[in-house]
Design a protein around this ligand. Structure first.
Ligand code: IPD
Ligand code: CA
Ligand code: CA
Ligand code: CA
Length: 282
């Protein structure tokens, strides 16, 4: 099984690179960045998102015809997205579409692979930085990437940088909750708050020790599947925003180092989103 999984993972890395090249080229072509909207005027998609997802799925289908897919741009609006026990590729073709549209330099291709509903490996290619993060579940920690990585050992949250995002839900109540949790975090006070504009890159920043924790409500499984393995294999922890184990389908997540996770969960308690704010994808 090890060799089989490695073969699948090698293909994921290769196709992520190929996809990243398409994204880089599209950045220089205004037409490829023409904006369409989805659930709201700030929920953006471009033909490049769709093209890249198609490219990845077709490439995988040729090699692994029995595998299933959950891809952001293939899940129809309002459709339930079901994660089964079957081998499944969980794809975010462009994580950071808003960044892509604005040429803001953090844009990732994110690919997670699950079997029995457990993510077996994650590949995040931050394609404008040309950084490839990969990790697979093995006994030893196994994150690899093409630059120096120093997982953070900071346990005093007052010395931390926290990453979060504002998502694309601009309903007053949701925005209030976001700011309430942010106020708590800033009041600790932490050294700083950042957001790369992509969930996958934020998680790789945790894995790299550049930030101590990342939290967000509203994420989908394709935003966090790959990053979840990368964080855990780097030595980090995943939690629900209200504490306890994370459910990758629940649309909420905290990814952090061991030293800060409890404090962060406590401070964002004010967030306490109801299931209605962020309905689970399944
Ligand atoms: C989004 C990005 C963003 C996060 C949103 C995601 P997309 O993904 O990861 O940082 O705040 O929750 O939906 O739409 O650019 O693939
Ligand atoms: Ca999107
Ligand atoms: Ca995404
Ligand atoms: Ca996307």
């Amino acid at each position: 099984m090890d060799d089989v999984l490695q073969n699948i993972m090698d293909h994921a890395v290769a196709v992520a690179r190929e996809a990243g090249q398409v994204v880089r080229e599209a950045l220089c072509d205004e037409k490829q960045r023409d904006v369409m909207t989805k659930s709201s005027t700030v929920d953006l998609v471009t033909q490049t998102d769709q093209r890249v997802e198609h490219l990845i799925i077709q490439s995988v289908k040729k090699k692994f015809p029995t595998h299933r897919f959950i891809g952001e741009e293939s899940v129809a609006a309002g459709e339930a997205c079901v994660l089964t026990d079957d081998p499944t590729w969980i794809i975010d073709p462009i994580d950071g579409t808003t960044n892509f549209v604005h040429s803001f330099p953090f844009v990732a291709v994110s690919i997670g692979f699950s079997v029995d509903k457990k993510i077996q490996f994650g590949v995040v290619y931050s394609c404008l930085e040309d950084k490839m993060f990969t990790a697979r579940r093995v006994k030893e920690h196994s994150v690899t990437e093409n630059h120096l990585m120093l997982f953070s050992s900071i346990s005093d949250v007052r010395r931390s940088i926290i990453a979060t995002e504002f998502g694309s839900n601009r309903e007053t109540e949701t925005v209030e909750k976001i700011f309430s949790s942010l106020r708590n975090i800033l009041n600790i006070p932490v050294h700083g708050v950042r957001g790369a504009g992509t969930a996958a890159v934020n998680m790789c920043l945790v894995a790299s020790g550049c930030v101590e924790a990342y939290y967000e409500v509203g994420v989908h499984v394709w935003d966090v599947a790959a990053g979840s393995v990368i964080v855990e294999e780097a030595g980090g922890v995943l939690m629900d925003v209200e504490g306890g184990p994370v459910d990758l389908m629940s649309r909420r997540i905290v990814a952090a180092n061991n030293g800060t996770v409890a404090h962060i969960v406590k401070e964002i308690d004010a967030f306490s989103p109801t299931r209605d704010d962020a309905p689970p994808t399944q």
